[in-house]
Design a protein around this ligand. Structure first.
Ligand code: HEC
Ligand code: HEC
Ligand code: HEC
Ligand code: HEC
Length: 444
């Protein structure tokens, strides 16, 4: 080795480094890769008929259609519409006085949404069209034509004729560019209320946000039933509770206890994005529920959205080498959450029994009674936020177990306050549900 060799070697390294840096900068400045699919059919803006989009994108359309026929169940989820009330009769008590105590079924695939909403016993002659908001690819065009305010002010029965198509391409994609978009005006408004502009979101963020068009907590605001996500204070459970407290909203009044109740919807988005392990690692809803699949030479996102436990190799195997292990973990997490959830329900049933007696006692202290009611309201909403969320805890196990612990605590406090309000220590009795014979069945 002499000093010339060193100089030459040094020179070579510098030149190589410069080439590498140049290449990286060049690559970074390239436009994103275009998909090599020439559109055969021009698709109209917000086209409600997915079959028309399907001419250009047969793989996505074929897999979307499979969601109509999925039936396989898992331990806690899956694609049949089993009755939540028959499986867990405590919920009949918890929803007494509200249509959810009549019929409450597990969710099915996207292509069944319109059939299922038209068949549910919860719908009556007063139900607003707002109930169609998350069910149909006719909506984006209707919202544009008539505005969401007028849409929501229409009766469900009067809207029925406009709703032919179940969930489809127009709920998630912009025709032409095919990019993922926010199609529900309520989502756009809820993001804006938090100072967020979805058009600045990355593609990976949109692979989660597109599901938030529907898989969220919402309520019908005011007399015209305006679809609203209660996110102005944030999307955590305490933010949502404080929002409902500020505007004094209630879904129904619990019979005999006179508690102003809240019904939670299906807050998958709020649960998952509350700093779950997967969310923090940058994983999206589509990663697990719409993994890439192969059909001949084509590689595409399956649009056959269902429980990832039915295709764990595709859903989890892209990131986890030991798929059997992680699926086993799901099972343990779900069993733990389920058992904790039942314990919370027992506490709520005990609180309701105590409150009923206390509310019927003319000598009960009204201030303490109201405190008990408020604890009941909050405890039950927190429980429902977990119960109505469809992953049985998997989307965010730590957070979900904390919510259940807080809920149980509040339910037991509600029971104690009711006893305090009357001075009747018999109201502290526990195990009310276990002593019921027969067990409740869904109200007719
Ligand atoms: C890390 C993977 C993963 C991510 C990310 C994920 N999920 Fe899930 N999801 C699951 C698993 C596992 C279940 C439980 C399925 C079961 O019990 O059969 C589930 C259940 C569900 C269910 C109920 C399915 C059924 O069979 O009834 C819905 C709905 C759902 N997820 C929506 C979402 C949405 C919306 C997001 C994003 C906000 C999301 N998921 C993010 C893995 C994931
Ligand atoms: C529930 C929402 C949803 C619906 C409904 C939906 N898509 Fe998608 N689609 C997605 C998501 C999420 C992706 C992944 C996008 C990404 O990674 O950028 C995707 C990706 C695509 C892609 C890009 C290629 C690929 O497979 O990743 C095409 C093309 C596409 N969808 C077509 C359609 C067509 C056609 C329909 C109707 C028949 C449809 N989609 C319905 C959510 C949806
Ligand atoms: C336009 C509204 C809408 C959008 C957007 C949407 N969903 Fe759904 N989703 C629904 C409805 C409604 C159901 C229940 C349908 C039924 O029970 O008939 C459902 C059901 C499901 C199920 C249960 C399927 C089964 O077989 O049990 C999963 C899982 C799911 N959605 C995941 C997602 C994911 C992930 C996204 C985003 C990529 C998404 N959804 C986007 C409305 C939507
Ligand atoms: C896109 C990548 C990706 C996918 C898809 C994915 N995971 Fe994960 N998962 C991660 C990352 C990253 C972590 C964080 C810990 C780590 O680095 O291993 C994680 C962690 C976990 C953990 C440990 C959680 C904890 O809190 O310690 C479990 C259990 C798990 N995943 C199950 C699943 C299951 C089941 C599926 C399929 C339904 C799935 N994952 C799909 C990336 C993924």
């Amino acid at each position: 080795m002499n000093k010339y060799t060193n100089l030459i070697l040094g020179g070579i390294i510098i030149v190589l480094a410069a080439i590498l840096a140049g290449t990286l900068i060049f690559l970074k400045n390239q436009p994103p890769q275009q998909r090599a699919i020439a559109p055969i059919e021009q698709i109209a803006d917000m086209e409600p008929d997915s079959a028309k989009w399907g001419i250009n994108f047969p793989n996505q359309w074929n897999t979307l259609q499979q969601t109509a026929n999925n039936k396989t169940d898992t331990t806690y989820g899956g694609s049949s519409k089993f009755s939540q009330l028959e499986r867990d009769p405590r919920q009949v008590i918890l929803f007494t006085g509200y249509p959810f105590s009549k019929e409450y079924n597990d969710d099915r695939g996207h292509m069944n949404a319109v059939t299922d909403v038209n068949a549910i016993k919860r719908i009556n002659e007063k139900s607003p069209a707002t109930c169609y908001s998350c069910k149909s690819s006719n909506n984006p065009a209707l919202w544009k034509q008539m505005g969401m305010e007028a849409y929501d002010a229409t009766l469900f029965s009067d809207m029925k004729g406009n709703i032919q198509n179940s969930i489809g391409c127009a709920n998630c994609h912009e025709a032409g560019s095919m990019r993922l978009i926010v199609t529900n005006p309520a989502l756009k408004e809820a993001l804006e209320a938090q100072g967020k502009d979805w058009t600045t979101f990355t593609r990976q963020e949109m692979r989660t946000v597109v599901c938030a068009n529907c898989h969220v907590e919402y309520y019908f605001k005011g007399d015209h039933k305006y679809l609203t996500f209660p996110w102005a204070n944030g999307t955590r459970i305490e933010n949502i509770l404080s929002y409902y407290k500020e505007n004094g909203f209630k879904d129904w009044e619990y019979p005999d206890t006179k508690t102003p109740m809240l019904k939670a919807q299906h807050p998958e988005y709020e649960m998952f994005t509350a700093d779950s392990t997967h969310y923090k690692a940058g994983v999206s809803c589509a990663d697990c529920h719409m993994p890439y699949v192969r059909e001949g030479a084509a590689k595409f996102s399956t649009h056959d959205v269902h429980s990832p436990l039915l295709n764990p190799e595709a859903a989890c195997g892209q990131c986890h080498t030991d798929v059997k292990y992680v699926v086993g973990r799901v099972n343990e997490i779900q069993n733990q959450v389920y058992n904790t959830k039942i314990a919370t329900e027992d506490a709520l049933v005990d609180a309701i029994a105590a409150l009923k007696t206390a509310a019927a006692d003319p000598k009960a202290d009204p201030t303490l009674l109201d405190e008990a009611r408020n604890l009941h309201r909050e405890a039950q909403f927190m429980w429902d936020f977990v119960s109505a969320e469809n992953s049985m805890g998997f989307h965010n196990p730590e957070y979900i177990l904390k919510i259940l612990a807080d809920s149980t605590n509040k339910a037991r406090q509600a029971q104690m306050k009711a006893a305090q309000a009357t001075g009747d220590m018999n109201l502290l009795i526990t195990g009310v549900y276990d002593s019921l014979d027969p067990k409740p069945t869904p109200f007719k």
